[in-house]
Design a protein around this ligand. Structure first.
Ligand SMILES: NC(=O)c1ccc[n+]([C@@H]2O[C@H](COP(=O)([O-])OP(=O)(O)OC[C@H]3O[C@@H](n4cnc5c(N)ncnc54)[C@H](OP(=O)(O)O)[C@@H]3O)[C@@H](O)[C@H]2O)c1
Length: 289
């Protein structure tokens, strides 16, 4: 007698942004090994295609590539249409794409002493790490809401902790999720950029070192908490991968990508009924402050 497979449960479908290298690529690898169908995305087609070749699959349909530049609304819209037409829903979104907003020290010319941030670098950083994650999330939200157990994982950082914002009033306002709104959060981000442009960061209690990266991750954390409140059926989490050896820090990190990606994968596969709106690091739940 012929034998037929008995498990007809459709595979869960995950999207990972910025997945052509580093923690994103490793997140795809680990999700695949857990039996998840993965849509690997990258802003640049060739880099994405090369990355796809590095992943082992048991079936050619386990992983697909699609272009996605999180800073480009048209790319995001085209990507959301692709997911809708090919899969009809989405179970897991990992907002992993990120930039530092300035070159890591190790990539500067040997005699260079300055690693100062530029205003353009700050704009790019906010547009990728905060607005980019938000743009992709909002475009994919209707498809996530069709999933039986939707998960959103926002890859943040220890820099996203509120203690990195010297202004205590700002800390308090961003922490108080019952009164904070998404519009107000955007206003605060814009005010950071205005102060940056005028050279008035310190005077206004913003961080002065790695300032755009810090504010981008603080805003991403707050957005995650607001999203958890707005969408109670979606389990939304932030993760801090630890100091991981990747290009973002000029490979100065100490943890291998396998360790960093583990935290994203854990949050992506949290069991149904898990609390939403929490921050996880290598050791489990971690405070936002
Ligand atoms: N490594 C660490 O120690 C560390 C610590 C805390 C948090 N994180 C976070 O972890 C995430 C992954 O970083 P990583 O360490 O793996 O660094 P990475 O190796 O530099 O990877 C960053 C990824 O983001 C992509 N990306 C940048 N801008 C993009 C855009 N506009 N649209 C789509 N993709 C874009 C990059 O693509 P390209 O190759 O095209 O540039 C790359 O694939 C980031 O959010 C980062 O902030 C990392």
């Amino acid at each position: 007698m012929d034998s037929y497979p008995t498990d007809f449960t459709p595979k869960r479908i995950a999207v990972v942004t910025g997945a052509n290298k580093g923690i994103g690529l490793e997140t795809c690898r680990q999700l695949l090994s857990k039996g998840i169908k993965v849509i690997l995305t990258a802003r640049e087609e060739t880099r994405g295609a090369v990355a796809l070749e590095k992943l082992p699959t048991s079936a050619p349909t386990d992983v697909v590539f699609h272009q996605l530049d999180v800073t480009d609304s048209r790319s995001v819209e085209a990507f959301a249409n692709f997911v809708k037409s090919q899969f009809g829903r989405l179970d897991i979104l990992v907002n992993n794409a990120g930039i530092l907003g300035k070159p890591p020290r190790s990539q500067l010319p040997p005699n260079s002493v300055s690693t100062e941030e530029t205003y353009q670098g700050a704009l790019d950083c906010l547009n990728t790490n905060y607005y980019g994650a938000k743009r992709v999330t909002e475009a994919l939200l209707p498809l996530l809401l069709l999933s039986q157990s939707p998960r959103i994982v926002n890859v943040s950082s220890i820099y996203g902790k509120l203690q990195n914002i010297p202004n205590k009033d700002l800390q308090k306002e961003i922490y108080d999720i019952d009164t904070l709104t998404e519009d107000r959060l955007d206003e605060l981000v814009q005010s950071f950029l205005n102060h940056f442009n005028k050279g008035e960061l310190g005077k206004n209690g913003w961080p002065t070192q790695l300032s755009a990266y810090t504010v981008s991750k603080v805003a991403l954390n707050a957005y995650t908490r607001l999203l958890a409140r707005r969408c109670p059926t979606i389990c939304c989490s932030c993760v801090g991968p630890g100091f991981v050896k990747t290009d973002i820090n000029g490979n100065a990190g100490i943890l291998p990508v396998q360790e960093g990606a583990k935290v994203s994968v854990m949050a992506a596969l949290l069991p149904d009924g898990s609390p939403s709106g929490l921050f996880y690091d290598q050791n489990g739940v971690s405070p936002y402050e």
